[in-house]
Design a protein around this ligand. Structure first.
Ligand code: FES
Length: 585
């Protein structure tokens, strides 16, 4: 019987000296501790475990397959590999389900449910008896949700990501979700591709299990998790269906067992320095704009503030070193073959904080000193002094249209539009956009600035990836491929264009974006890092006085919680009450 006696090592590799471990954790309180453990073990035995196995420390596995999540289709195979890694290290693996978020199956948008998944993950880690946890995630919001939850739970944790899809083929051309989805759809809208071909392409965009095949949000978050030190070295980019992915799963299980009894918890690994390393990696990857929101939220759970001014400062001195779509040419399978995150981090080494702790117990510097790969494909991962772009792929903009900031992915934008004044063509909502964008009567020219309002985190649409406004059909058919687009929405990490996103405060919370009217002039200056509405101050004041923002309202359930608690993009769209007290003030 357990009592509160100290336990020594159980199994060969685990190191348990804590008072309570394994099934002893968090016993239900009936007023008789030994009875509680007796009862728990007897129910656990109904699952066919031996008493010897039930006496071992436990590695929980946050397991997220779902019929609505194609990206996690291979998780049963990965789970088996994780389990054998845990068992081989002398601990007991126990998988438990949490919410899964399949990006394209959620309405109104997966972002709305990221915080719900983080709550689920945090509470189930905390409530159930486990000494360490493997987080199995991959699709866009799942990785940040799990990391947010794990940071808040404060128990030893290691992430295993799904890995990217392989590419498909169409008439001799490689295709990968979802940059090529957008490229072909734009051509279809422009009349360059017919019904037959667009239907053929549909079947070749997502051809295996795994996450989107380009440097979209899922891949960016996987790489960021590795830069933070929360996934095993060299595992972020392994393709989902590669045998190395299974070996990574096994090694992750073993690593989780090795974490038992250690103080290497995510809330200690996520620090101001490791977050700065992650921002450097994000910029060098030319990664997804969404990652700024997610990293801000993850860091916020550890009490670390990510400021957009900091992003701009780092962007000045961090070159783009990775040549993947949507910014460049390659796919994630190429990044893996080129050397992956190890090769990238070694290039960035002089810019990184090398004393950061990683989940293996090594510092980042120790990790990068070992495992040097002889071969790096320089067409995919450039040397630091021969970058693809001299400065980072993402910048923050400020100005009277975005007092608390906005984001532009300059590496995916048309430099000809970087210094531009244009007439605003305003869509007041997503419904308005859908109703009018292809109207042949729409008064729009390629020099105009398309503005979408009420698509931010406080709107009822919950900040969808609608910032990639389609080029109005009548312009698309003239061959126009890019225009300046401004919104409080997000953009898929797989999209591209001169697109100003995350304008904060958003229109639904009373931000100046809601004051823009058709015909106003808007100035974008990438050089000055500004986005401004060229309307005089008195007129703006009058408009603000008459403005009646309509934030999301909800009567009940999670939607009500969301409406009450959602924070702005500059605070990671987290819920106020989920952040540590000091950060929330
Ligand atoms: Fe899951 Fe793109 S749909 S990562």
């Amino acid at each position: 019987m357990a009592g509160d006696a100290k336990r020594e090592v159980v199994g060969e590799s685990v190191n348990v000296t804590k008072k309570s471990y394994g099934l002893e954790h968090g016993l239900t309180n009936y007023g008789d501790r030994d009875f509680s453990l007796y009862l728990r073990r007897s129910f656990a035995q109904s699952m066919g475990y031996s008493r010897a196995l039930l006496a071992k420390p436990v590695v929980g596995i946050a397991y997220t397959p779902s019929g609505f999540n194609n990206c996690h289709r291979h998780f049963p195979d990965l789970l088996e590999a994780v389990r054998r890694g845990v068992l081989a290290a002398g601990a007991l693996p126990i998988a438990f389900p949490t919410i899964s978020l399949g990006e394209v199956f959620l309405s109104p948008t997966s972002l709305k449910y990221r915080n719900l998944m983080s709550i689920d993950t945090e509470e189930m880690i905390r409530a159930q008896p486990m000494d360490a946890v493997v987080l199995m995630g991959g699709c866009d919001k799942t990785v940040p949700a799990q990391l947010m939850g794990a940071v808040s739970a404060g128990r030893p944790a290691v992430m295993l990501v799904a890995g990217p899809m392989m590419t498909g083929r169409h008439r001799g051309e490689r295709l990968g979700a979802c940059t090529d989805c957008r490229r072909f759809w734009a051509r279809y809208r422009a009349g360059e591709v017919g019904e037959q071909e667009i239907s053929e392409v549909e079947g070749q965009l997502a051809v295996t299990a795994g996450t989107c095949a380009v440097m979209g949000t899922a891949s960016t978050m996987a790489c960021i998790a590795e830069a933070l030190g929360l996934v095993l070295p060299g595992t972020a980019a392994i393709p989902a269906v590669h045998a190395d992915r299974l070996r990574a799963a096994e090694a992750t299980g073993t690593a989780a067992a090795a974490l038992i009894g250690s103080e290497r918890t995510p809330d200690r690994i996520v620090s101001a320095k490791s977050v700065e390393n992650a921002l450097r990696a994000l910029l060098a990857l030319g990664g997804s704009t969404n990652a700024i929101i997610h990293l801000t939220a993850i860091a916020g759970r550890a009490g670390v503030k990510v400021s957009l001014e900091q992003l701009n400062a780092l962007s000045e001195s961090t070159p783009v070193l990775v040549n993947l779509k949507p910014v460049g040419n390659g796919y994630m399978e190429d990044f893996f073959a080129a050397g992956g995150m190890g090769a990238l981090l070694r290039e960035l080494k002089p810019l990184l904080h090398l004393d950061c702790l990683t989940v293996t117990g090594e510092t980042l510097g120790e990790r990068l000193a070992s495992g040097n790969r002889a071969y790096v494909d320089r067409s995919i991962i450039a040397e630091r002094d021969k970058p693809f772009e001299p400065q980072g792929g993402l910048i923050a903009l400020f100005g009277n249209l975005a007092p608390r900031g906005a984001i532009l992915k300059r590496s995916a934008a048309d430099a000809k539009l970087f210094e531009h004044v244009g007439r605003a063509v305003v869509f007041s909502s997503l419904a308005d956009l859908a109703a009018r964008i292809d109207d042949p009567q729409l008064d729009v020219t390629p020099e105009d600035v398309l503005v979408l309002q009420h698509a931010g985190p406080h709107a009822s649409e919950c900040m969808p990836e609608a910032g990639y406004l389609p080029i109005p059909k009548k312009l698309a058919q003239r061959g126009i491929k890019d225009m300046i687009r401004v919104s409080d929405a997000r953009m898929s990490g797989t999209a591209f264009g001169t697109i100003v996103l995350h304008v904060t405060p958003d229109a639904a919370s009373g931000g100046p974006l809601g004051l823009v009217r058709n015909g106003d002039r808007i100035r974008l200056s990438v050089k000055d890092r500004r986005i401004d509405l060229l309307v005089d101050e008195a007129e703006l004041k009058a408009r603000a006085a008459a403005n009646k923002p309509v934030p999301m309202q909800a009567e009940r359930g999670y939607a009500k919680l969301y409406a009450q608690e959602i924070l702005g993009a500059d605070e990671g769209c987290d819920f106020a009450f989920l952040r540590p007290r000091a950060a929330a003030q």
